[in-house]
Ligand binder design. Structure first.
Ligand SMILES: NCC(=O)CCC(=O)O
Ligand SMILES: [Mg+2]
Length: 325
């Protein structure tokens, strides 16, 4: 054929493919979410997230050390609040001796260099399972933001490196930044869940924390998956309000959003490969329909290729082990 350009030349061997690979995932790209529960010696598998566990603080600390040894640099903490401590205002979230605050201290104590990120939202603490305070049938914005700012200060005082508001209330990033400043917590970062969509893919997570909304859904505060431009609006506002890292969530069905956000901001972009995305791969692999390792590597590499600098994923440990060989 006397072709001038033969694209297959650069695909002909593993060595040449490795040389020209544009996107390489590494353990420090990952943020490992952790579910923490009261007690000791507790490790409970989450039924809809096989191979993923809720653990008490003592076992969480062991897990964190293992993650660190694999090259993972950050964990994102979620706690399972006892039912009797839940109320409408998330009062327990501000308890300086609460499960979250004790977890932060224990992890920073055992593994000081691990970057500890904390979930900031009311849902695990709310009798209604909503991310904000409920009045009538409404999730009220401004009173919720006050609690989120106090919660962030509480986490920072316990030693959190980065607070991660996942609630989607308006104006919470500036409120959190101001609260941190006023309290002289000038080393604490903010990872904003800026473009968080109202997604069915969070289903298994709500089993993990028993935090499913008691009424309605989250569509009055999380974004409509029909929308793209709104993600840019949300993200640019969060950057202006002081976010150090912005996030798109979920990941796999939102790769276009990740790319568009990446092209629009100068801060690192994270993406959350959420519980339902984990569960889909697990379930298909269990059925023998997908090769789990390959599906994990392809998914996470694609999320990074789309523009994510950081990926929060339940596959963090699994992928780190695959990468490390
Ligand atoms: N703030 C955390 C979630 O809303 C859910 C995450 C997940 O489904 O993995
Ligand atoms: Mg917003």
């Amino acid at each position: 054929m006397h072709l001038i350009r033969r694209n297959r030349i650069l695909r002909q061997s593993p060595a040449i493919r490795a040389m020209v690979a544009e996107t390489i995932i590494k353990p420090s790209d990952f943020i490992a979410p952790l579910f923490i529960t009261e007690g000791s010696g507790i490790k409970e598998e989450i039924s809809s997230m096989q191979g993923y566990f809720r653990m008490s603080i003592d076992l969480t600390v062991v897990e964190v050390k293992e993650l660190w040894s694999l090259g993972i640099k950050s964990v994102l903490l979620f706690i399972k609040c006892k039912d009797e401590l839940k109320d409408n205002k998330g009062t327990e979230a501000l308890n300086p001796d609460g499960l979250m605050q004790r977890s932060i201290k224990a992890i920073k104590n055992a593994c000081p260099d691990m970057v500890v990120m904390t979930d900031v939202a009311l849902d695990p603490f709310s009798t209604y399972g909503h991310d904000g305070i409920v009045e009538g049938n409404e999730i009220v914005n401004d009173p919720t933001v006050e609690v989120l700012a106090l919660m962030s200060v509480s986490h920072a005082e316990a030693g959190a490196d980065i607070v991660a508001p996942s609630d989607m209330m308006d104006g919470r990033i500036i409120a959190i930044r101001e609260a941190l400043e006023v309290n002289n917590l000038t080393r604490t970062g903010i990872m904003a869940y800026s473009a968080k969509y109202a997604s069915c893919f969070y289903g298994p997570f709500r089993d993990a924390l028993d935090s499913a909304p008691g009424f309605g859904d989250k569509k009055t505060y999380q974004m409509d998956y029909a929308n793209r431009r709104e993600a840019i609006k949300e993200t640019l506002m969060d950057v202006e309000e002081g976010a150090d890292i912005v996030m798109v969530k979920p990941a796999m069905a939102y790769l276009d959003i990740i790319r568009e956000v990446k092209n629009s901001v100068e801060v690192p972009v994270s993406a959350y490969h959420v519980s339902g995305e984990y569960a889909m791969i697990k379930a298909a692999a269990k059925m023998g329909w997908l090769d789990e390792n390959k599906a994990v590597m392809e998914s996470l590499t694609s999320i990074k290729r789309a523009g994510a600098d950081l990926i929060a994923t339940y596959y963090a440990k699994h992928a780190a082990k695959l990468i490390n060989g």
